[in-house]
Ligand binder design. Structure first.
Ligand code: GBH
Length: 484
């Protein structure tokens, strides 16, 4: 262990020689805070305990034949439902300023009635929050992180317009329950991921994904105003949304428009209505989808409209820009894209091809190549397009296989934090940085195969033992010294 630590330290220092000596001296300003994140389904377990009802992920992970890698489930996961004291101890060990976790909707409201609050569920989150506060670790809470209650999904989930009010009622309940201690709220995590990527859940692409986006934006904005109108004066907290995006790099100069289109469809679809001066969908979405819809024989655009009142409601409805970022891809558009995707579909509407070259540094996750320069470019782009909003990096991290000697993760953080500093140097208003993840957890369709944890979790031990990886010691040092 000791020898390994010195090897890591040596490697870390060797990266900071030569032309990077300047970077070695660089320091984060004191008002940037550092933490780590998780989400409920990925760590809690206790999937059917103490009155909790099922979410879509309980159902998906129990589906036969299996749709999840090696038939893994989140039934027990890291068992954080029973391990919250150890979880807080890890936060303390690393010196985290804050911890970002999510609340399980169906643990708090098992029947979706705001009058039927599950006391045992409330008690779990109270214990976790109070334990954190004992050690001055600030709780930052995601209200909804992919785990739609199953009975609501059966009614169409986010494709059903009623979901807006169901979500707002749930948000009010958690503000009420925890708002005296929780001052940073994230309404919805990665809306696009849910609406387009989790295709087992939302199919009928090119129609349902846009309805889903519309309802998530309205649900977010209404939940934002519930806080402003009913809680802000009393509690003084902040509320925002968490969006995710790759950086899209044109394959060559002629692909600049293709890369911009891709970014607008992926990030702009959600960011433009909230963070641009005009609000509403990006014009490229409105024009492209209307034209394609007409050509496909639809009597109106597959992209649903916002009324002028809705545009105003959504515009500005976030106190900060929450960003989850991991990787980049190259983008091009040529004749081969015709007929490449099913029509109609979201991908066909975008009409580009993306890929990651073999030469980019690989990780264990097929989708994630190490591209710190893309983080720099994306932060700059958000600063330029949306008037330099206060930016919270709500997720950033690197997957590895098993083992405590995670040099790739150490270097990943070092490179991405440097890229973030480069963008800050040019004026980006980054205030929060969140490492994903505090510990190994259920990585959605990849089960426990892709490990994102700073702490390793032994999923074979009954108590789900947690052990620090080398990256823990690196991150701890970053937090303490405010240097990369
Ligand atoms: C975030 O999703 C999530 O918020 C978080 O819960 C998650 O653990 C973390 O990032 C790491 O993935 O395996 O080829 O089918 C980021 C978006 C969604 C990207 C799932 C990878 C799977 C691609 N991720 N996607 S694949």
């Amino acid at each position: 262990m000791v020898i390994k630590y010195w090897i890591v330290l040596y490697l870390v220092l060797s990266l900071t020689t030569g032309e990077q000596i300047k970077q070695f001296r660089r320091k984060f300003s004191d008002n940037i805070i550092f933490g780590a994140g998780t989400s409920a389904y990925q760590i809690e377990g206790a999937w059917n305990k103490d009155g909790k009802t099922e979410s879509v992920w309980d159902r998906l992970s129990h589906t036969k034949p299996c749709v999840i890698h090696n038939c893994h489930t989140g039934d027990i996961a890291a068992d954080s439902y029973n391990n919250y004291e150890r979880d807080v101890q890890m936060m303390k060990e690393m010196g985290l300023d804050f911890y970002r976790f999510s609340i399980s909707w169906s643990r708090i409201l098992p029947t979706n009635s705001p009058d039927d609050i599950n006391k045992a569920g409330v008690s779990y989150y109270n214990k976790l929050i109070n334990e954190m506060l004992k050690y001055n670790i600030t709780p930052m809470v995601t209200i909804h992180h992919f785990d739609v209650p199953l009975q609501l999904e059966a009614l169409g989930g986010w494709v059903n317009p009623k979901m807006v009010d169901w979500f707002v009622n749930y948000a009010r309940v958690v503000y009420e329950l925890f708002g005296d201690r929780v001052k940073t709220w994230f309404t919805i995590n990665e809306p696009r991921e849910y609406c387009t990527q989790m295709s087992e859940i939302v199919n009928k692409s090119g129609v349902n994904d846009y309805l889903c986006a519309r309802h998530m934006l309205l649900g977010h904005a209404k939940a934002y105003y519930v806080y402003q109108n009913e809680f802000k004066a009393k509690y003084g907290g902040k509320v925002g949304i968490v969006l995710n995006s790759l950086w899209y790099e044109p394959e060559s100069e002629k692909d600049a428009e293709a890369a911009e289109d891709k970014l607008q469809f992926e990030l702009g679809q959600y960011a433009h209505p909230i963070f641009s001066k005009t609000g509403d969908w990006p014009s490229v979405l409105k024009d492209r989808i209307a034209a394609k819809s007409a050509a496909q024989g639809f009597s109106e655009s597959r992209l649903p409209e916002f009324t002028p009142e809705e545009v105003e409601l959504i515009k500005g409805s976030s106190d900060f820009f929450g960003l989850n970022h991991y990787t980049s891809a190259l983008v091009y558009r040529n004749n081969s894209v015709k007929g490449f995707y099913p029509s109609p579909s979201y991908e066909d509407d975008i009409g580009v091809i993306t890929y990651q070259p073999e030469t980019w540094e690989k990780t264990i996750a097929t989708w994630l190549k190490v591209t710190p320069w893309g983080f720099y470019k994306l932060l700059n782009k958000i600063r330029e397009d949306y008037g330099n909003p206060p930016l919270y990096v709500t997720e950033n991290g690197c997957p590895t296989g098993p083992g405590l000697f995670d040099t790739q993760r150490v270097f990943f953080y070092k490179k991405y934090l440097n890229a973030m500093l480069d963008s800050i140097d040019e004026g980006s208003d980054v205030r929060v940085y969140t490492a994903w993840s505090l510990m190994d957890n259920f990585e959605w369709f990849m089960g426990y195969h892709d490990k994102f944890g700073l702490y390793e979790v032994d999923f074979n031990s009954p108590t789900r033992t947690r052990t620090p990886r080398a990256s823990v010691f690196y991150y701890k040092k970053v937090i303490k010294t405010r240097r990369v």
